[in-house]
Design a binder for this molecule. Sequence first.
Ligand code: AMP
Length: 492
Amino acid sequence: MCGIIGIVGKSEVASALYDALTVLQHRGQDAAGIATLDGNRLRLHKGSGLVRDVFDQTSMLALRGSVGIGHCRYPTAGSEGSAEAQPLYVNSPYGIALAHNGNLINTEALRREVFEDDRRHINTDSDSEVLLNVLAHELQIQDRRQLTPDHIFKAVAGTHARCVGGYAIVSMLLDYGVLAFRDPHGIRPLVLGERDTATGKEYAVASESVALDILGFRLLRDVAPGEAVLMTLDGRLHTRQCAEPAKHAPCIFEYVYLARPDSMIEDVSVYKARLRMGEKLGEKILREMPDHDIDSVIPIPDTSRTVAGPLAQILGVPVREGFVKNRYIGRTFIMPGQSERVKSVRRKLNPVGLEFRNKNVLLVDDSIVRGTTSKQIILMAREAGAKKVYLASAAPPVRYPNIYGIDMPVTAELVAHGRTVEEVERMLGADRLIYQDLDDLVWAVRDGNEKLADFDTSCFSGEYVTGVEPTYLADLEFARSDDAKSQRRQAG
Ligand code: AMP
């Protein structure tokens, strides 16, 4: 997953882009970058690390211009590090910079097509570079002398027709403005906002509405699945439905874990969706353990805090802060190898002993992926003196890989893959493990917007809305395994 932002403003935008990236930082901490349009020059600065580490005063001052795009990256395909930091740039046609959140699943076929038919060279393993070149080619074949919004939208339609997967794109065309679009299923999120200034309207698009909030942009709406929005340098907004109608299936994992609670996605408050997840999970626990002996509900910080409140209320027990998180350490998932991951859970969370001593506790997490976090935490709770340790997950068992831009481990590393709930319970060492049902999770989100008929729930159900070749999944297994990742790291 990644965070993207694009602004067509009336005055300098670099610091607004920087601020937006800092509130999208949870979507990717591997690399960050900003590109701006400074007359007919494109200014670009990017690098590995957190937003605050990538930019300094000198690089910010060089990012001149009132139009720009930004990206923070969590690697989902290709290798980690600065070589594939975004925005990416191609000089022809016009000069295009592009930032991408998501993942294409026909990258290899496209890579061949782009080379053999479009005669373009792709220099990295990144699917984003492939997508950028597809868009460039589709723009190239339009009428060059007089590029109109119509030509640009035709190029997006061509890109939609060729690129399969989950993607939200923000790009910048020199001399033209910012072009943003979403995949035909609307899997990855993208919102549109506007702001009034003394000299006219400014427009922005972002992965999450929280980025618009902090910049003082009004959230207008989500960019529709398969829609493109073009914000031109003259301050106008053009929009067009470019892709053939397809099943709208926003990623449900955004609501479970990825997005910030203060964001609105598809007109659904992420915060309220999480409250409803807690409600449904509480009801299920009460059904399964009507005479429960739970003394308190302890959220595993931070995401599951929102879930814990209503859950505890339904069970009639208090919520307690049993773990204190060291906020100066990154997400444990980010650690490369398994042994590092285990160590960093301990570094990140420390138990408050008195909340565990002689108590039966129900720990609640937003999701269980590898199970590393839960296993360690259950052990920590026992060491701190808990009598019984129950575990509840606000998401159903994660059993299948995500192919639309969330970095999920390979199937073999997913603790619930090929295992029953009882088997996972034993693996994790819990006295009882209760997962949210998928129907309840869907209800929790849809209750915020009845119009949402479908979701991408593939990591729970194994059903992929775009369809997927079995060979793609097999290749992915190899590319994402810890072994493959460490081989890539050694190779430099
Ligand atoms: P684990 O079961 O040890 O793999 O970790 C699960 C925890 O990681 C959950 O508590 C989530 O908060 C978090 N998590 C879930 N999915 C992801 C992801 N794709 N990237 C980073 N963290 C994640």
